[in-house]
Design a protein around this ligand. Structure first.
Ligand SMILES: *Cc1c(COP(=O)(O)O)cnc(C)c1O
Length: 488
């Protein structure tokens, strides 16, 4: 079994085994003509259940053959131009090279003595990101597993920063007084974080959005006033820079103004909109982000990076101390005094992947402008898609996109029952998924079911969009036809 350990004596086996795996994926990518095969859970589950994990194949080729059947054949392929569903991007090759290097070397970024240069590379990328945001000279941050963890950590810091010097602060009773403000289309991880942070069930105040799906600052001001009046504590405002459904960007400068006025921490959730940090054309759309106390960025969404790659950035490095614990075996206090850079001092995780290497390779090979150009292309595609939808009487489209999502629904000419229209759209999404011809997402707007395109693939064309719209209309019409038959 030692022959399977990666070391000086197995370099040749490493090369041939990994190459074999890469060949399988390359062949798959080259021949995949649909984003999905449409396989069902019931069809796939038995073949995976059947595998006897206590009887190994003892052979890489055999295991890859098996994997072909179990996974590769029926996987959802984000690189396909008709994968239009969630915030998953096709990945850039330099990042995949980084991924191969980081998992083989297997550095762990918790401490300097497990990573050396890895820690310094991550730190440079954190600095690069905070400079792009404009957070100022005291800024810092750390890579995380994703936007959910970044938001949680940011709100942990906000909670701790809300306490100092507060008269009558009593823990944990006073947690009940903390309030968080976020728009009604903010990400659900804000509520999840509030729960994990021990805040009360009504701690997250939902602020209405306008027709453009951006937080209404008049309503926010009103709620902040009310919070103060009721003797509660405005812990933080979460502004969304690129909402998951609509790509809408909250009015950051106005929100920053209110945060200052009410002494609230400003967290900008730019999990999706962060791609604009590299855009020459559209960077201005997130002006005001530089006033944040903390920012979430998901490189694995709009920087074309493989999962996972994300970071939380803060204006004031000192606030990261709220996540600092010292362990004698790992990062004793004296190491901090000796200025040994242990990233675990800033992280919620301990053992942690060197995800930063993927972004490093991307910047070194393509450059930031390269990423920005790709993101600009998908935003432009969304603008063209909006024109298609707005001109098409078969569809109702919700809002002109600022980033790269389109939310719309099929509206049959002859049907007026809103519940029936909902069912037709739900059916169309399911039928399309089952066909494997395209994958689209769905969401609710004003209590009604809508469909969603998240466009993150520059290879997708307006012809693809038009073709998928025809497919959706076809499935919806088929449903309505059958529904008529059922009724008669
Ligand atoms: C995707 C997303 C998140 C969550 O990020 P993960 O990386 O999936 O954990 C948070 N906020 C917004 C706005 C998002 O779009």
């Amino acid at each position: 079994m030692r022959s399977h350990l990666l070391n000086d004596t197995t370099a040749e086996q490493y090369r041939s085994s990994v190459t074999e795996g890469i060949e399988r994926v390359a062949a798959k990518l080259a021949t995949t003509n649909r984003p999905f095969t449409g396989v069902t859970v019931d069809a796939l589950a038995p073949s995976i259940d059947r595998i006897d994990l206590d009887r190994p194949l003892l052979d890489t080729t055999a295991a890859l053959d098996e994997l072909e059947e179990l996974y590769l054949r029926d996987a959802i392929y984000f690189h396909h131009p008709r994968y239009l569903a969630h915030l998953n991007c096709p990945v850039v090759i330099p990042a995949v090279v980084g991924e191969a290097v980081l998992s083989a070397v297997n550095s762990s970024l918790d401490t300097w003595d497990q990573s050396a240069g890895g820690t310094l590379i991550e730190r440079r990328l954190i600095d690069w990101t905070t400079e792009r945001i404009g957070l100022g000279p005291a800024a810092d941050g750390v890579f995380t597993s994703g936007g959910t963890q970044s938001n949680l950590q940011a709100l942990l810091l906000a909670r701790e920063e809300a306490k100092p010097g507060r008269a009558g602060w009593e823990e944990p009773a006073s947690y009940a007084k903390l309030r968080l403000f976020a728009s009604e289309v903010s990400h659900f991880s804000v509520k999840k974080s509030a729960k994990l942070l021990g805040l009360s069930e009504d701690s997250v105040v939902s602020i209405p959005v306008g027709h453009d799906k951006r937080l209404q600052t008049v309503a926010l001001a009103h709620e902040l006033e009310r919070c103060r009046r009721d003797g509660l504590i405005p812990m933080a405002v979460v502004a969304t820079a690129g909402s998951t459904d609509f790509g809408s960007i909250d009015p950051l400068p106005e929100i920053a103004e209110l945060c200052e006025q009410f002494g609230a921490w400003l967290h900008v959730d730019a999990a999706y909109g962060c791609g604009l940090l590299t855009s020459r054309r559209n960077r201005h759309l997130i002006d005001g982000i530089e006033r944040a106390d903390s920012v979430t960025v998901d490189y694995h969404k709009s920087f074309f990076q493989p999962v996972s790659s994300s970071a939380v950035l803060v204006r004031d490095a000192a606030t990261l101390r709220h996540a600092t614990y010292h362990a004698e075996y790992l990062n004793p206090r004296r190491m901090a005094q000796e200025r040994i850079p242990n990233q675990v001092d800033k992280s919620l995780q301990t053992t942690r992947r060197f995800d930063a290497l993927k972004l490093w390779m991307t910047l070194r090979v393509m450059g930031a402008d390269g990423i920005g150009e790709l993101f600009d292309e998908v935003c432009e595609l969304a603008a063209d898609g909006w024109k298609l939808l707005a001109a098409d009487p078969r569809f109702d489209v919700v809002v002109q996109p600022s980033l790269s999502t389109l939310v719309f629904r099929y509206i049959p000419a002859a049907v007026t029952d809103p519940a029936e229209i909902d069912r037709a759209n739900l059916y169309a999404r399911k039928a399309l998924f089952a066909s494997g011809d395209a994958v689209v997402a769905g969401t609710k707007v004003g209590g009604r079911h809508y469909l969603k395109f998240t466009l993150l693939n520059p290879e997708t064309t307006t012809d693809d969009i038009a073709a998928v719209l025809d497919l959706i209309a076809g499935h919806a019409e088929q449903y309505l036809g059958e529904s008529l038959d059922r009724a008669s």
